[in-house]
Design a protein around this ligand. Sequence first.
Ligand SMILES: *Cc1c(COP(=O)(O)O)cnc(C)c1O
Length: 458
Amino acid sequence: MPYRTIIEPFRIHSVQAIDLTDRATRQAALERAGYNLFGLRAEEVTIDLLTDSGTGAMSAQQWAGMMLGDESYAGSRSFYRFEDTVQTITGLAEVIPTHQGRAAERILFTTMVSAGDVVPNNTHFDTTRANVEFQGAEARDLVIAAGLDPALLHPFKGNMDVDALVATIEEVGVDRVPLVMVTVTNNSGGGQPVSMANLRAVRAVCDRYGIPFFLDACRFAENSWFIKIREEGYADKTPREIALEMFSLADGCTMSAKKDGMSNIGGFLAMNDPNLALKCRNLLILTEGFPTYGGLAGYDLEAIAQGLNEALEENYLQYRIRSTEYLAEKVSSAGLPIVLPAGGHAVYLDAAALLPHIPASRYPAQALAVELYLDGGVRGVEIGSVMFGKPQPDGSEVPASMELVRLAVPRRTYTQSHIDYVGEVMIDVAERAGEIRGLRITEQAPWLRHFTARFEPV
Ligand SMILES: *Cc1c(COP(=O)(O)O)cnc(C)c1O
């Protein structure tokens, strides 16, 4: 096939200036923020790869749709457009809007999960884990072994270990497993996809034990694309057809519209069971709002409805997946250890491999994320022992299974030269890896500590 660059399938319509800072300014910003990149102000960041959540550029069609927003408290036209779109894409009957993914999680788990239960997932996302644990239940990660080996190539490293799932159900008893979840793509496990065959196998186990199966569907469109290009039998199917097949295997889903909803805010909970939906709607009214807006403005519902359709366009998905793969190729060919293959929405640097002189107790991935910022104003996020380490009564910590720095690429926001620059910063920092020092925590919250903890260099 002749080589042609896969171009951004859009042109830029309005722009926002990027602030270029110097190293001294960045050093001062780090000290003020307690070496926590969540504490930085946006103008202190040059390329912001903290998250792909709500940070993407909306299309002209989405902005135009927002002008059609119907702000009726009950029965808004925008809700029915949103509901129809979600039903068409997922095939799920009951659609409950929420202000974000975590609100959908909290409502679902409050309704379904009790203290002492165990919720299996391939890998729980941080808010998902926290919301399960907040109910007094255990969030158990059961990704396949290949999913925990950063350098190992495997087309579907997000797959759930189906034998481990069966073993968990047998061990704790069916009554204590209120639902099984699978995250597509597996965000905390390197943005790796889950195959249709694996989803089908999980469905079969859930059927055998009579346990409901929910998708954490935040990146369902990216997962559909990976199935199309990597799984036998799907090359000729459209991402839309593949998405529908994925959802048809589940009883429901939680969704953050800030990801493949291509919107700046929003989410939803969807399911087939009308009785469960009734309970969820009652809780929704308590904290989010009336069921036809769920904490969102009518114009947000319009933006999400349009965004969900755009996320399934083939040209968009081809560009999207290529743009992360491009960064991965650039740094991996320079010898940097990353999670391979590239994730859908992000490149994950393996800090444990790059900084073997820093033990998990000194947070190598946090130290590396800080260094990427200091060197080039690039903001990523630690996904390691700061996020998932478990403090013990004696003051020690059980470390996370991997020490990663995630560089998440916002949708339709940065150009190829921005990404080239990021690769250059990563390569420069890696060349001086031996000089990077670890960090210790000086302040932390009882849960989701990574958002607000303060650190100092050791
Ligand atoms: C972002 C995300 C969530 C939570 O969604 P919010 O909109 O940030 O509350 C849950 N699961 C996964 C996999 C995510 O990526």
